[in-house]
Design a protein around this ligand. Structure first.
Ligand code: FAD
Length: 397
């Protein structure tokens, strides 16, 4: 009898824990299971250990999905302000870092503790170190066979996240369960992930490792004005992570290295003011020397004083500064990706409840669903909002 519950939730991460306490608060007997030794591991390492738990400007436009409308209902019924109110109720100090991104002042541990406290208050059981070996459904009851025995419940919530950071315990279980019950999985790939460069370019830029520039990175689908960071493997920083979610293998993109300025006009002005200055030296009025020199070598810009540079040459340099062409080799993949794009096709889920349209009593929440947020607290907001929608529906059963 002890193994009978109203709801079994697989995955004690952001979505699973938030769903668990809210379902328990609606009077349900809830258990959350996880194979990890610790609950909310990704929350703990998120935002550099301070957890960027939501974004003040979160709205459906900040999400990628095959169906961009799917996320609207859940996001509008549980907003960033609802989560902020919870954080405030627990007395957790937070601040806006940039662009509406809210972080804990002290530690991401505050968020995990908050969720576990809520679970404890409403009696939702959190059981760790529990491996799932099989799930079956018969006579309207789900049976989840685990390393700690078999659990039964009429409702099953799949909250086991995506594939990013396998070292933290990510597995494909969520996708496997979806497929087991007839759900379509849209192709998955790493998102919010640094780009790697081809060997030759990598060598050319390797000395720049650690250098950050404010840029606008763009392709045909998206454009982000944020920082770009050179690493010893390639290109990272928020602008690159954001663009990676809109990038397909083989594609190139452009980076405006001087956003908001008119490089041609400024070069012509410099030519007028300091005609004896070398072109490469002139570039150093905008960039650190090592970057200016690398750019010049890469583009084959000549060793000339500004006075000897034609308008045509300056126009070419300006064009290359405003649309620096990057042809990545690939990305660092799931090893360092913050999220997984794609996943459980939203066409077969209810946007109101996150319930399966194919199978009674089955729900998918959080990152396992084909809804992926931008960098900046949006992914947690989706986890909170989808968990809330599901918990409300569970309570209505
Ligand atoms: P998760 O939080 O990943 O939880 C899934 C749970 O399922 C895990 O506890 C896992 O152990 C468990 N599980 C998996 N497989 C099994 C299995 N086979 N059996 C049992 N249990 C299983 N988002 C933001 O909004 N802001 C940030 O600051 C931020 N920083 C991030 C930093 C890093 C380094 C990473 C990797 C991600 C970051 N994200 C951030 C993204 C965010 O962490 C995820 O989108 C979010 O955690 C998804 O919530 P979830 O509950 O769906 O999945």
């Amino acid at each position: 009898e002890a193994a009978r519950f109203d709801v079994i939730i697989i995955g004690a991460g952001a979505a699973g824990l938030h769903c668990a306490w809210q379902a328990a608060a609606r009077g349900l007997k809830v258990i959350v299971i996880d194979h990890a030794k610790q609950a909310g591991k990704k929350i703990l390492i998120s935002g550099g250990g301070r957890c960027n738990f939501t974004n003040m400007y979160a709205s459906p436009e900040n999400y990628l999905s095959n169906n961009p409308h799917f996320c609207k209902s859940a996001l509008s019924r549980y907003t960033q302000w609802d989560f902020i109110a919870l954080v405030e109720k627990h007395g957790i100090a937070y601040h806006e870092k940039t662009l509406g991104q809210l972080f804990c002042d002290h530690s991401a541990k505050d968020i995990v503790r908050m969720l576990l406290d809520e679970c404890a208050q409403y009696g939702a059981r959190v059981q760790l170190r529990t491996e799932v070996t099989a799930v079956s459904h018969a006579a309207n009851v789900y049976s989840v066979t685990t390393s700690q025995g078999t659990l039964h419940a009429p409702e099953l919530v799949v909250a086991c996240g995506g594939l990013s950071m396998p070292k933290l315990g990510a597995t494909p279980l969520g996708y496997q369960l979806a497929e087991q019950f007839g759900h379509r999985i849209l192709p998955v790939r790493a998102g919010l992930v640094p780009f790697t460069l081809h060997e030759q370019t990598k060598q050319a830029y390797s000395e720049l490792s650690g250098l950050a520039l404010d840029v606008v990175a763009s392709n045909a689908r998206a454009s982000f004005k944020e920082a770009m960071l050179f690493t010893h493997r390639g290109l990272s920083g928020p602008a690159m992570l954001q663009l990676s979610s809109y990038w397909q293998p083989g594609e190139a993109f452009t980076v405006d290295l001087l956003p908001g300025s008119d490089a041609l006009h400024e070069l012509q002005q410099l030519r007028h003011d300091k005609p004896k200055q070398g072109l490469k030296t002139a570039l150093q009025s905008w960039f650190p020397k090592r970057f200016a020199l690398t750019l010049a070598v890469q583009h084959g810009w000549p060793e000339k004083n500004l006075a000897d540079c034609s308008n045509e040459l300056l126009a070419q340099v300006a064009e290359q500064l405003h649309a620096w062409h990057v042809q990545p080799n690939g990305t660092e993949g799931y090893r360092t990706a913050e999220v997984t794009l794609g996943g459980v096709d939203t066409d077969q889920l209810s946007s109101k409840t996150m319930a399966s349209k194919l199978q009674t009593g089955l729900y998918f929440i959080g990152e396992v669903v084909d809804v992926t947020g931008w960098l900046g607290g949006y992914n947690f907001q989706w986890a909170w909002a989808s968990a809330h929608a599901c918990a409300e529906a569970l309570g209505d059963q």
